[in-house]
Design a binder for this molecule. Structure first.
Ligand code: KIV
Ligand code: ZN
Length: 518
């Protein structure tokens, strides 16, 4: 009998710490429900104390999710833990995840606490968290660079205080698999009562080894892996759920564990997260990249046709690529539309919302003969954006582009309902459109990223555009999709402009000032 590996998904917390990936409450609930369908064991829904919005999101996820454990992050102080406990109150199964840094550099320079104080805070935090739930996780932040004797000491102390899961994070992505595996082996050998708790690994990908390190930890006793969909996360991101799950499944001959994950939900979940956060998936990304199962070379194609296992170690349909089939067309009715979205994990909240999305679907079907699941997902995201009462909306646009002249964009925008027309020249049609929009809204924001992806294949495919803007230290992503990429670009720019309008003041768990226990 193999052990069960606990899949702890932190897309909504660590993933959301990526620049511009902030999600609304509704978006978080949608992702949480998709994660539940994927059958991840634990969903880290957020950092409840970060802001009132974060608190409400954790609470909403706690209400919506019935099967997975719902978790909130909390620094090792009383206020954070009380807030996490309160937000998780409606959850059927809840976990408080408290953490404190344990490396010399973090304790001295960031926390300005002595090792003794750090142990006291950790113990106090775990004890307090146990008054809210029996399921308490403790993380030793920057464990990869922490002194091993100190880790043994603090883990021993928190087990005595009641921690049930001990998480060992490689916060800065500094580890390599052999060292990380060794670290788990040593900790499990040396910490008293190590067999009474679950050991967890949490790896960042700065050196591209987050998945390899996580799997090395599993080989050495870890029974929980913390990971995110598409490897989303700050800097180079976190270990990717889909890679961990498929490595364990594909190499069941060597891994001593299995997971509960329903792998057929991997691709729909990946698309949903990419769609909502505006982080496109690179085409050559393992498991979920558009090329992951494409065999370009003639020799490979020939081999796959004769016997697929010559070149394929996983089946595309096993990870949900089969849903990439033609789904709906111009003649499809409202109930077929609703049913397919239901299968994709999207439920409409009202008839008005369904009617609006269906109207968009009909518009799209006029422009594009075949509508795929990816199109539907982009469409509902846009419907949600439109319903989010955006202050600035596009009425129409016209671009003139001719060899040897500068493109000219004319754009009509409604700002708080007042429609006005503006025009501007640019280096290219998209540049001209952005310049025209800026003329009207004057955000002065800096464009950090502009990317276009074809949502499906074919020249009538919708282009999905991501625009990342930064202003006064805030970074937001905007998304837009359309069969015309200039219009998609305008929609994406406006979506980012509208997101800049939403005031956010939230604490970052790992940067914020530290409030000591109690
Ligand atoms: O990377 C890290 O150390 C974290 C902790 C808060 C668990 O995300
Ligand atoms: Zn992390």
């Amino acid at each position: 009998m193999k052990d069960q590996l606990i899949i702890f998904d932190t897309t909504l917390r660590d993933g959301e710490q990526s620049p511009g990936a902030a999600m609304t409450l509704d978006e978080k609930v949608r992702i949480a429900l998709a994660l539940q369908k994927l059958k991840v064991d634990v969903i880290e829904a957020g950092f409840a104390i970060a802001s009132p919005g974060d608190f409400a999101s954790v609470q909403a996820v706690a209400r919506a999710v019935k099967e997975s454990v719902v978790c909130s992050l909390a620094r090792a102080n009383a206020a954070d833990i009380a807030r996490a406990g309160e937000a998780l109150q409606p959850a059927v199964r809840k976990r408080i995840h408290t953490f404190i840094a344990t490396s010399a550099i973090h304790m001295e320079k960031k926390l300005r606490l002595t090792p003794d104080q750090v142990v006291d805070n950790a113990v106090g935090a775990v004890k307090l968290a146990r008054t809210f739930t029996d399921d308490v996780e403790f993380s030793a932040e920057d464990a990869g660079r922490s002194d091993i004797d100190f880790l043994v000491r603090i883990f021993d102390a928190v087990i005595k205080a009641g921690a049930t899961t001990l998480n060992v994070p490689d916060t800065v992505g500094y580890m390599i698999p052999s060292l990380w595996g060794e670290r788990f082996k040593t900790l499990i050998e040396r910490v008293p009562n190590a067999d009474k708790v679950i050991w967890s690994t949490h790896c960042h990908n700065d050196l591209g080894m987050a998945v390899a390190n996580s799997l090395a930890a599993v080989m050495n006793g870890a029974r929980q892996v913390e990971c995110t969909i598409n490897g989303l996360g700050e800097r180079a991101g976190n270990a990717a759920v889909e890679e961990i799950v498929m490595a364990i499944r594909t190499r069941h001959d060597i891994f001593p564990v299995t997971t509960r994950v329903d792998a057929t939900q991997i691709v729909p979940c990946s698309r949903l997260v990419s769609n909502i956060t505006g982080y496109p998936v690179q085409p050559n990304k393992a498991v979920v990249g558009a090329n992951a199962f494409a065999h370009e070379s003639g020799i490979h194609q020939d081999g796959v046709l004769k016997h697929r296992e010559t070149y394929e170690i996983m089946r595309a349909e096993d990870v949900g690529w089969s849903s990439n089939k033609l789904t709906l067309g111009k003649l499809s009715g409202r109930s077929a539309f609703r049913a397919r979205l239901d299968e994709l994990g999207y439920q409409f909240k009202s008839d008005a919302e369904l009617a609006e999305a269906f109207a968009r679907f009909k518009d799209l079907a006029d422009k594009k003969q075949e509508i795929f699941d990816e199109d539907l997902q982009a469409l509902v995201t846009q419907t949600e954006q439109a319903r989010a009462e955006e202050r600035v909306t596009l009425q129409w646009l016209e671009v003139t582009s001719k060899t040897g002249t500068k493109p000219l964009a004319k754009v009509a925008l409604a700002v708080d309902g007042e429609i006005r027309e503006v025009q501007a020249l640019g280096d290219g049609p998209v540049d001209a459109v952005f310049a025209a929009i800026e003329q009207r809204v004057g955000t002065g924001a800096k464009l950090l990223l502009y990317s276009v992806n074809a949502i499906t294949t074919g020249t009538d495919a919708q282009g999905e555009v991501t625009v990342r803007l930064s202003k006064d230290g805030r970074v937001v992503n905007g998304l837009g999709a359309d069969t015309d990429i200039v219009i998609a670009s305008a929609k994406a720019y406006l979506n980012a402009v509208n997101r800049l309008e939403i005031p956010t003041s939230r604490a970052h768990p790992q940067h914020a000032e530290f409030a000591a226990m109690p």
